[in-house]
Write a protein that binds this ligand. Sequence first.
Ligand SMILES: Cc1ncc(C[n+]2csc(CCOP(=O)(O)OP(=O)(O)O)c2C)c(N)n1
Length: 204
Amino acid sequence: MTTTQSGAIGAHNAKVMNRFDLTKRVVAQLKYDEAVIGGIGNSNFDLWSTGQRPQNFYMLGSMGLTIPIALGVAIAQPKRHVIALEGDGSLLMMLGCLATVAARAPDNLTMVVWNNGMYQVTGGQPTVSGSTADLVAIARGAGLANSAWAADEEDFERLFAAALKNGGPSLIVARIDDKPGVGTTNRDPVRIRQRFMQGLGVRD
Ligand SMILES: Cc1ncc(C[n+]2csc(CCOP(=O)(O)OP(=O)(O)O)c2C)c(N)n1
């Protein structure tokens, strides 16, 4: 079996896209009150650069915690749709969260994974999800049936729109290029947390 250099076995037909472009497509589909959790580094830099919303949480420093945080928010506020934007390297550090999400099965959680096949912000070291490991196959094996590679931008938008309609947790993996994140999140954790709690209506 052959593998591609970036995107692994199941990604043969997936187009290499751009994270900021796809992040803008995510934000364009939001209605108002969806919570969006941006993962460490580029995932939240690009989310920040699409325009800040109080319902966005910019996670700083902890690889792999985007999906666990999003799961917690989805359980706490089941009427609100929650979106996790996570890098492939970070997800690899916390694969067990996929099995936890599948077991808990919130119908208001959508996970988007940016697969650039590297740990980009620390210098571009290769990830196994850029060669041998297929994150969609792993997610399906963890019990997440609604898991798919996005073939191209149009397919990404279609998958994301379907995910927002609820009906079970969904995971979308997008192959992305090596462009760095656009802008930089203002690293003020206390402010980020306060604003998010206000955005979720749990703090004045
Ligand atoms: C537990 C832990 N290990 C290592 C780091 C250092 N580190 C910060 S970001 C990062 C790479 C993140 O890779 P990925 O999630 O694929 O996102 P990308 O940088 O490719 O956008 C690393 C290794 C960290 N913050 N936490």
